[in-house]
Write a protein that binds this ligand. Structure first.
Ligand code: NAD
Ligand code: GLY
Length: 370
């Protein structure tokens, strides 16, 4: 088992990464509890596959369990489900010093973390991430929230978990498409700040995909180390943390354009967004032409979506996609900010990206869909 510390003063916490952490959850959580009960929020798929094991582990330590399974999918990050979770936690008489467990992927982690942030002005919660995406990214760093009809993740709060238990064994039941979606966020870490990690992924990504536990342990740990470092230095995204949004300006517009549906998963949009960000960087003369080719080659080798042409169904035109980007949280004074790169592992925040270049990039990318 590996342990990564997120250093945030009195709100510091550990991220434990390894196999068997769900089975050990009772022992890990018991010392944190003032009274021996927890409320678990999960999704129906995770509940069917893994809730009995988690419940057993907790009850073995004398911890009473109540669980609320929600429908799986991005649509659950909504006002309606936020109300349902929060009222349910009130009915469970969850108090500030109790623990709420978010047991699922990024959808459950974001929604439950936000509910915990606003319930009684903040109750403690623990993340038990069950997808690769949630283990490498969403469970760490305290960004919580829901989607609005106006856009992705526009309503939320920073609320750090008290502990993260990333059981890599639980990834064995994750469908390949969801695993690859999470891999989009894994690649992002190499691209934004660790060229050596990207080299390692080029060699070991295929083994990770088919279940190599050592490769999964290394990839999750390296990603969490990078995220923990960035969050410790810039918790509320005044600067460096924005680098974690590499590919996300494109991704959020594409997710909105596809209706937050199964047509495009979040990590798939991140992968396509990273490829577009590198292409834009190259066109602006910021990095070599080889860099976007290398990014695309690795994503293709992994069997991932790479181009706008890989998104099924109708898509908006360049103008409309740019209009959707204008709702992005990275917009400041109405100007689009992008995370661009000077090479693999060398991302930076670009404030003044010429709109006509973005338009041309998207027009060219859309033309390949014909
Ligand atoms: P998800 O939570 O929808 O999970 C994907 C699918 O996998 C779901 O159908 C789920 O039921 C299923 N599943 C989960 N664990 C499983 C398991 N072990 N075995 C079998 N099936 C399992 O999606 P996700 O990709 O985990 O998360 C995407 C969300 O994360 C997006 O809303 C995104 O905005 C958010 N996110 C947040 C942050 C952050 O910092 N807070 C960072 C990145 C992404
Ligand atoms: N996933 C982006 C962040 O946590 O800042």
């Amino acid at each position: 088992m590996n342990r990564v510390r997120v250093e945030l003063g009195t709100r510091s916490y550990d991220v434990l990464i390894g196999a068997g952490l769900v089975a050990g959850a009772g022992k890990a959580l018991a010392p944190m509890l003032r009274r021996k009960r927890v409320a678990i929020v999960t999704d129906e798929t995770v509940a069917t596959l893994h809730l009995p094991a988690l419940t057993h582990a907790l009850e073995a330590e004398g911890i009473a369990v109540n669980a609320l399974p929600l429908p799986p999918g991005e649509g659950t990050k909504s006002w309606a489900e936020l109300q349902r979770v929060t009222e349910w936690l009130l009915e469970q008489k969850i108090e500030r010093r109790d623990l709420v467990l978010a047991f699922g992927g990024g959808v459950i982690g974001d929604l439950v973390g936000f509910s915990a942030a606003i319930l009684r002005r903040g109750v403690r919660f623990v993340q038990l991430p069950t997808t690769l995406l949630a283990q490498v990214d969403s469970s760490v760093g305290g960004k919580t929230g829901i989607n609005s009809p106006n856009g992705k993740n526009l309503i939320g709060a920073f609320h750090q978990p008290s502990l993260v238990l990333a059981d890599i064994g639980i990834l064995e039941t994750l469908p390949d498409r969801d695993l690859l979606s999470g891999y989009g966020e894994v690649v992002k870490y190499g691209l934004l700040g660790d060229a050596g990690f990207f080299d390692w992924l080029e060699l070991n990504g295929p083994a990770l995909r088919v279940g190599d536990q050592a490769a999964r342990l290394h990839a999750v740990t390296r990603a969490v180390e990078m995220k923990a470092g960035i969050v410790s230095r810039d918790e509320t995204e005044e600067g460096e943390r924005a680098l974690l949004n590499l590919g996300h300006t494109f991704c959020h517009a594409l997710e909105k354009a596809t209706g937050y549906s199964g047509r495009l998963l979040h990590g798939e949009g991140v992968a396509i967004g990273c490829a577009l960000a590198f292409e834009l960087s190259s066109r602006l003369g910021l990095c070599s032409q080889e860099a976007p080719s290398r990014v695309r080659a690795h994503l293709r080798a992994m069997g991932m979506k790479v181009d706008l042409a890989d998104i099924p169904g109708d898509l908006l035109g360049a103008e409309a996609l740019i209009a959707l980007m204008a709702q992005d949280k990275k917009v400041i004074d109405g100007r689009l900010r992008f995370i661009l790169a000077r090479g693999v592992g060398e991302a930076f925040v670009a404030e003044d990206v010429p709109g006509d270049q973005v338009h041309r990039l998207l027009t060219d990318a859309l033309s390949l869909r014909k």
